[in-house]
Ligand binder design. Structure first.
Ligand code: PGA
Length: 252
């Protein structure tokens, strides 16, 4: 399986010109990739402007169409040739009060229409300090995947472990604390065990487990090799083409 490297641009850049510049610089910089499954997730409004790299969305609604003001349907994403969708991101949970139950509906609908899902799970600092990390991950994963049989996954599910306390506010080199390689490896095996319990080990080989939280070109190798993670969800560092290309080159 190829390593999944996802650029999560979040709510950036603020105009089409700069978005185009960033996209084109990344496209040119990475050239042909062999070992990486590279996905760019710009804000919705820019999705139709880009081609030549695999696209992902940062969220989606759980209905195909109808009277849902302000929402984006998964069919609209499919129509724009979008392949991936990030779901359950901690910022959506926090700022838009998204619950595990809503995420479950979104995961179901996205898989149903043929999108590949990157499901984010992760604990807050307080939860970590109270020793609740494993319980939180278990709860988030189990509710998000409730009622989804293995036959519906069709190699289209990835789990992103994003400890909320390690997510940058834009500059991945300025985060105070990052999880150790050992800790992330431990979480990797824990998520694997949760998936194996739910779907049987043989059926979970194609579910990638990736890391997110201040990933940059300096720590990419650590999390991918020492922690065994099968990819990275990159926020701040994906807004700098040169830095992001370096991450992809590390994988290549
Ligand atoms: P970061 O963001 O790389 O800026 O920490 C990652 C994410 O929130 O997906």
């Amino acid at each position: 399986m190829k390593t999944l490297i996802v650029a999560n641009w979040k709510c950036n850049p603020t105009n089409q010109k700069r978005s185009k510049k960033l996209f084109e610089a990344v496209k040119k910089g990475v050239g042909k990739v062999k070992n990486t499954e590279l996905v760019i997730c710009p804000p919705f409004v820019y999705l139709s402007m880009f081609s030549g790299l695999t696209l992902g969305a940062q969220n989606v609604f759980y209905k195909e169409k109808g009277a849902f003001t302000g929402e984006i349907s998964p069919l609209m994403l499919k129509d724009l040739k979008v392949k991936y969708v990030i779901l359950g991101h901690s910022e959506v949970r926090r700022y838009l009060n998204e619950t595990d139950e809503i995420i479950n509906k979104k995961v179901k609908m996205s898989l149903e229409v043929g999108l590949s899902v990157i499901l984010c799970i992760g604990e807050t600092l307080e939860e970590r300090d109270r020793g609740e990390t494993e319980n939180i991950l278990k709860k988030q994963l189990n509710i998000a995947l409730e009622g989804i049989p293995v036959s519906k996954l069709k190699n289209r599910l990835s789990i992103a472990y994003e400890p909320i306390w390690a997510i940058s506010s834009g500059d991945p080199y300025k985060t105070k604390e990052l999880p150790t390689a050992e800790k992330v490896e431990q979480i990797y095996f824990y998520i694997k065990s949760l998936l194996a319990k739910k779907y049987n080990r043989n059926n979970t080989k194609n579910i990638r487990i990736i890391y997110g939280g201040s990933a940059n070109s300096k720590n990419a190798e650590t999390y991918l090799c020492e922690s065994r993670m099968q990819g990275l969800l990159v926020g701040g560092a994906s807004l700098n083409a040169e830095e992001f290309v370096k991450i992809v080159k590390t994988v290549e």
